[in-house]
Structure formats: structure tokens, C-alpha cells
Design a protein around this ligand. Structure first.
Ligand SMILES: NC(=O)c1ccc[n+]([C@@H]2O[C@H](COP(=O)([O-])OP(=O)(O)OC[C@H]3O[C@@H](n4cnc5c(N)ncnc54)[C@H](OP(=O)(O)O)[C@@H]3O)[C@@H](O)[C@H]2O)c1
Length: 287
């Protein structure tokens, strides 16, 4: 099967590239070779590779900047996704599209099911929801949409790498303990996506690692595991604080745990707890 990966240089794109199964012929297209701002560059990239399947791991992911750069966020997360879906529909190409927990408002306080009512509270979340809706309306059940959350990888910038740096530099840290979600290692998500392709899973599903955490819990675990992995020399005090102490331009869901049951059942995979995945990821981080 010929697969075209868009966004190959992002966290997830990088994980998809290194976990690609041997029976897949993988082409990658990344910015600026493909620029989602340009319809022509999207269609040229797809027609030059003539894939059987496209995995769209590209996105505008700057959650706070999106509040100012609304046009750009909607262009990349919605209009470009609509154009990709139309090309897929016209050329019998299947599509795997990645979406986010940020399409929910976070007021549920029980894990969100794939068909729970979305109600994004940020421009980023709204633009990603529009992208999902475009995929569903154009491709219906011929596409696979996978929502994920709190993604990190040894490639790229993310909470784990920022925490490791701050823990090495600062005498103490304050970390928000109010937002609840599930940290997810990109490596595990990438493997789940390849499994989904192999098993021809379609529709809207959700995948994160297993378990639940606040950013504060996650930071505590990063410090403990970072010391064990000899990435950090000593523990510093980490204090739980409310979100209001770190005001951000974009609102975030307070609770965005995703219900993964439908994906786990369809893929036949066993969920791995986020702390186990964190330990594995830290083995890849250079001291
Ligand atoms: N990160 C998270 O915590 C998180 C949580 C939930 C869902 N997600 C979703 O998961 C997917 C992957 O996220 P990620 O963390 O891997 O994102 P990422 O690291 O920010 O990577 C995004 C990719 O999109 C590319 N891109 C940005 N603007 C583009 C444009 N104008 N044209 C073409 N490509 C462009 C980037 O290229 P450059 O590298 O050149 O900028 C990069 O390769 C996204 O759909 C995201 O919405 C992420």
C-alpha cells in the first residue's frame, strides 16, 4: 500500500515515519514542500505521489497564537483538510486524519465518547472541529479520524522536554493541577495508527495512553522518572497551582479524558499506562 504522510516533520509525523511497517511504501511531504496555505501545493503533492492512503498529521498546533492568527488556523486545520478530503473522494484515496481533545469544552468530568457533543472553547479547537466535520461530510465512513491528546515525543517541543529543561534550571516550579487529561507518547499513537490502517478501521475514534493525570501529576512523574533515567541530578520542589496563576490567550478544557474503548476493541490492542510510556520515551532523551 502506498501511503502519503503529510506533516512528516512534526512530533507525530516523525513517530509515524520511524514506526512505518515494512509492507508500506511511504512518501512524505512536509512544509514548505507542501504548504497547506496553497491549494495548488496540496493537489500537486498528492498527484505527484498518487497514494492509496493519506495520513494527515499536519496541523496548525499553536493553541495560544491561534487566538490572534484565526485565519491561518482555519486555513490549515479546516479549509486545507476539506481540500484534501475532496481530492481523496475524487481519487478513491482513503484518509486518516488526526484531531484533538480540544474539540470538547471539558465540562463533562467523565471520559468523552467519540460521539459526545463537541463544544470547543478555543480557536484551535474550533478550527480542528471544522476540519473533522469536513472529513466526515465529504468522505463519510470512508475516512478514519483519530482524536488524541497531550501528545509528546523525543522529537519536537512538548511538555516533557520543557519540564526537563526547567527542572534542571530552576530552584522550584509551579504547575497547574486543575486541568485533567491523559499524556500520550507519539510512538504509541503512531503504532496504533499503523494498526488501524492494517485492520482497515474507519469512522471517528479516540486514542491516548491509558490513565488520567493533571499537568501537576505529569510534572511530578517526569521529575521522578527523569531522576531514575539520570536525566536530572536532583529533585526540586514542584507546587500545584490553579490555572488562574498562568493566564493564557486560549481557554483550555478543564477535563479532556477521552474514552478509547471503540478504538481498543476495533484494533484489538491493549492499553498502556501513560507512566509506562513516559519511562520508555525518557530512554530516548539525551542527558
Ligand atoms: N501536540 C498535542 O498535544 C496534540 C494534542 C491533540 C491532538 N494533536 C493533533 O495531533 C496532530 C499532530 O500533532 P503534532 O503535535 O505532531 O504537531 P506538530 O509537532 O506541531 O506538527 C505539525 C506539523 O504540521 C506542519 N505544518 C504546520 N503548518 C503547515 C502548513 N502551512 N502546511 C503544511 N504543513 C504544516 C508542521 O510543519 P513544520 O514542522 O515545518 O512547522 C509539522 O510538520 C495534529 O493534528 C494535532 O492537532 C496534537
Amino acid at each position: 500500500m502506498k501511503v502519503l504522510l503529510l506533516g512528516a516533520n512534526g512530533q507525530l509525523g516523525w513517530e509515524l515515519t520511524r514506526t512505518c511497517p515494512e509492507n508500506i511504501i511511504l512518501s512524505t511531504c512536509d512544509y514548505p514542500k507542501v504548504d497547506f496555505f496553497s491549494s495548488t501545493s496540496i493537489s500537486e503533492c498528492i498527484s505527484s505521489t498518487r497514494p492509496d492512503c493519506i495520513i494527515n498529521a499536519a496541523a496548525y498546533t499553536a493553541v495560544d497564537k491561534a487566538e490572534q492568527e484565526q485565519d491561518l488556523a482555519y486555513r490549515i486545520n479546516h479549509e486545507a483538510v476539506r481540500e484534501i478530503s475532496e481530492i481523496c473522494s475524487q481519487n478513491a484515496i482513503s484518509l486518516v486524519h488526526i484531531s484533538t481533545d480540544f474539540i470538547f469544552n471539558g465540562q463533562n468530568f467523565k471520559p468523552y465518547k467519540p460521539d459526545d457533543t463537541p463544544d470547543p472553547v478555543s480557536v484551535y479547537g474550533k478550527s480542528k472541529l471544522k476540519g473533522e466535520q469536513a472529513v466526515r461530510s465529504i468522505l463519510g465512513d470512508q475516512a478514519l479520524i483519530i482524536r488524541t491528546a497531550w501528545l509528546y515525543s523525543s522529537h519536537g517541543s512538548n511538555f516533557v522536554k520543557i519540564m526537563l529543561r526547567l527542572m534542571a534550571e530552576k530552584p522550584s516550579l509551579n504547575v497547574i493541577d486543575e486541568q485533567i487529561g491523559t499524556p500520550t507518547w507519539g510512538f504509541g499513537l503512531a503504532r496504533a495508527i499503523w494498526t488501524a490502517l492494517e485492520k482497515n478501521i474507519k469512522g471517528t475514534h479516540q486514542f491516548t495512553d491509558a490513565g488520567v493525570a493533571s499537568w501537576y501529576d505529569f510534572a511530578i512523574a517526569i521529575q521522578e522518572e527523569g531522576i531514575k533515567a539520570e536525566l536530572l541530578g536532583k529533585a526540586i520542589p514542584i507546587l500545584p497551582v490553579p490555572s488562574r496563576l498562568f493566564p493564557t490567550p486560549a481557554k483550555r478544557p478543564m477535563y479532556s479524558v477521552l474514552d478509547k474503548t471503540s478504538f481498543w476493541q476495533a484494533a484489538g490492542t491493549t492499553p498502556v499506562h501513560w507512566r509506562v510510556q513516559l519511562r520508555s520515551m525518557l530512554k530516548e532523551v539525551l542527558p
